[in-house]
Design a protein around this ligand. Structure first.
Ligand SMILES: [Fe+2]
Length: 216
């Protein structure tokens, strides 16, 4: 991936020091003008995201000096830090991916993703039914991903930030289905929230991710 002024194309700063703090991405103004998802919801949701970045950095700082000699899979400081690191780091990353694939006009996936979805799922309609049902079934996330091993698209799912992530996949379209993502606007009606999510997908971002992952 090419580097521009110390940042990659997604704006992340390269962190050569393994326990350097991770950067916080700014809230894009477009996210405060979504259809069916209120600005207040997004602002509160963004506070949660910032919490994951801050906790990741707190954990990274503690991991610099944690006692390696005391490491134990039953209980040890380094174990607890490593477990929570997987939770907070994925919490930060998944929210960034989620916020980045919102703010668009929705509609249908453009090419070449549209053809790829049809090829892998049999029909675009089935993909959408499968993705929506995945979102209704899970406690955390629904993820349309490119699977590098199987060279295909698949709807994967997570019950928590660190529970269900599959190796060697590239997340393309990420939908947060935790209650905090919709309760303020829709109460328990997750189905309506998923309808609103689809109205705001930025497919160009998703297609860019697909091109990079699948080398198309
Ligand atoms: Fe969330």
């Amino acid at each position: 991936m090419s580097e521009i002024n110390g940042k990659n194309r997604y704006g992340y700063i390269y962190l050569e020091d393994t326990y350097a703090p991770i950067p916080e991405k700014p809230l894009r103004p477009a996210l405060l003008r979504l259809r069916g998802i209120s600005a207040q919801n997004i602002q509160e949701h963004y506070k949660l995201y910032r919490g994951y970045v801050n906790k990741t950095n707190e954990i990274r700082s503690l991991l610099r000096t944690a006692d390696r000699a005391e490491a134990s899979p039953s209980y040890s400081q380094i174990r607890e830090l490593k477990v929570e690191e997987s939770y907070t780091t994925n919490g930060a990353k998944l929210h960034e991916l989620f916020f980045d694939n919102l703010g668009g006009p929705g509609g249908q996936a453009p090419e070449p993703l549209y053809t790829a979805i049809n090829r892998c799922f049999g029909s675009y309609q089935f993909w959408e039914e499968d993705f929506r049902a995945t979102g209704l079934s899970m406690r955390g996330w629904a993820v349309l991903a490119w699977d590098r091993d199987y060279k295909s698209l698949h709807n994967y799912s997570l019950d928590a930030h660190n529970l269900g992530m599959i190796s060697r996949i590239e997340p393309l379209l990420i939908m947060d289905v935790y209650e905090h993502a919709y309760y303020m606007d829709y109460g328990t009606n997750r189905k309506e929230y998923i309808n609103a999510f689809f109205l705001n997908i930025d497919w160009q971002v998703v297609v860019d991710r697909y091109r990079m992952a699948a080398n198309t």
